[in-house]
Design a protein around this ligand. Structure first.
Ligand code: FAD
Length: 278
């Protein structure tokens, strides 16, 4: 069945993952209400569906850290604003270091994040053991704690952003795939859908995640983006995996751990990532 679309919109957002939903939400907050979000399948059906939902404030740069503190504040308030449960809670996070170089880097991170107002501090091994009894600490030399780091449900948080965007006047449509971008001269002027419909726009935002590269190719733009595999496991219920356990990151060993309904989810980043072919 062909979905009825408007002939034009001020802004078209392609992709109904957390990024597209957030862009639509924030546009409406800036009084751009003529926003049309198109999702090829179901909202959150891309990478967002798989995410662990960790919300971290400590990033590699000052400006990214500042942006991340905004996300934390937003996620704290979004449920009250929209009435849509987000699953957000803030058990805090701990990052551990097992070599001097990593510990030095973390201590620099503590200084940098403190300057933008992040509540962040070193903790000793006794406090670490107390907060995460499941953790082996005898090979660690330092740890930092961010009490207000959080975790959320990526699906529910996206749906809350969509609800907020719709409340602000945005139109969000599922089941419409954009086939190609339309260009006049050097300007992108709209999209054509798989069904052959055309929608013109002042601005087109590509928030199509790992599909963005293919979409950009339709107007000859190279987006250097390559998806790769990312693995995680979820344990059976474990003694010591208590609700409220802080998220644990061990960057040197490319791992992170979080508690979820009495189980531990462990995620692993691969130093040599495996390409995901689309
Ligand atoms: C296992 C795992 C764990 C993760 N954990 C975390 C975490 O703890 N914290 C964190 O911050 N991040 C995490 N991430 C990363 C996070 O999931 C992504 O950064 C985020 O979901 C990307 O959102 P997105 O909206 O850009 O992409 P997507 O969620 O992939 O959304 C893109 C959407 O665009 C749609 N689309 C594509 N092409 C078209 C088209 N032509 N027309 C219409 N629609 C189209 C797709 O259907 C899709 O729904 C994790 C990722 C994985 C895989």
């Amino acid at each position: 069945m062909t979905v009825e679309l408007p002939d034009r919109a001020q802004v078209i957002v392609i992709g109904g993952g957390i990024i597209g939903a957030s862009i639509a939400y924030h546009l409406t907050k800036r009084d751009v209400s003529d926003v049309l979000l198109l999702e090829q399948g179901q909202l959150t059906g891309g990478t967002t569906w798989h995410a662990a939902g960790l919300v971290s404030q400590l990033k590699s740069t000052h400006s990214l850290t500042k942006l991340a503190t905004y996300s934390t504040r937003l996620f704290e308030e979004l449920e009250d604003e929209t009435g849509q449960a987000t699953g957000y809670r803030a058990p805090g996070s701990i990052s551990v270091a097992s070599d001097p170089e990593r510990w030095e880097e973390m201590r620099r991170g503590i200084s940098m994040a403190s300057t933008v107002g992040v509540d962040i501090r070193e903790i000793g091994m006794d406090e670490l053991n107390e907060k995460v009894p499941l953790l082996r600490t005898d090979d660690l030399i330092g740890a930092l704690f961010i009490p207000k780091d959080g975790q959320t449900s990526p699906v529910d948080t996206t749906m809350a952003l969509v609800k907020g965007a719709r409340n602000g006047g945005a139109t969000v449509i599922e089941g419409v795939a954009v086939k190609r971008l339309l260009k006049k001269g050097d300007t992108c002027i709209g999209v054509q859908t798989e069904e052959g419909q055309t929608v013109l726009a002042e601005s087109v935002v590509m928030a199509a995640g790992m599909w963005t590269r293919h979409l950009a190719e339709t107007i000859g733009v190279n987006v250097p983006l390559q998806a790769c595999e990312h693995f995680y496991i979820v344990t059976e219920p474990l003694d010591g995996a208590e609700r409220g356990m802080p998220i644990v990151r061990d960057p040197r060993n490319y791992t992170y751990f979080k508690e979820e309904t009495g189980k531990i989810m462990a995620g692993f980043f691969e130093p040599k990532a495996k390409v995901w072919n689309l």
